[in-house]
Design a protein around this ligand. Sequence first.
Ligand code: SF4
Ligand code: SF4
Length: 152
Amino acid sequence: MEQQAKQYRKIIQLTFSPENSGLPVMCHVVRAYDVTYNIVAAQTTLGKEGYLTVEMWGDDDKCRAALQYLREQGIIITPACSHVSRDDTSCMHCGMCIAVCPVSALTIECASRLVLFDEEKCTACGMCTRICPVKAMHAEMIANGVSIGARA
Ligand code: SF4
Ligand code: SF4
């Protein structure tokens, strides 16, 4: 059976300097690395420092190569999701989030069949917020160091 390529999906902030603010870098990463992205927040002006908060996804190797390309252009890349929490009253312990968590912060307790969320282990990648059918996982979004609200 053919093995599925590892996928990447993360919300990141790109910080541009006045020198690189006009570079068409996002067009390049889409074409050259087959990366897909969604703009979450943006504040860019040609010739001035600015930022772009994007959710980026695609093949893991290609996304990492795209991020390396962005760094080489002098763009600073930082995580844009500061904190992920769970609304325990909404969670129905279906277990769907367990499979997408890359660091095993979501696990099933065998005896009770309850899904446990370990906030200490969570790296706030945001993957579980996309898959939860009842939107129990909430991501606190930051842009330019400032909270821009939660996203389920
Ligand atoms: S996917 Fe949502 S409802 Fe299901 S176990 Fe995870 S947090 Fe709970
Ligand atoms: S946000 Fe945290 S709990 Fe959710 S998939 Fe990422 S690391 Fe796991």
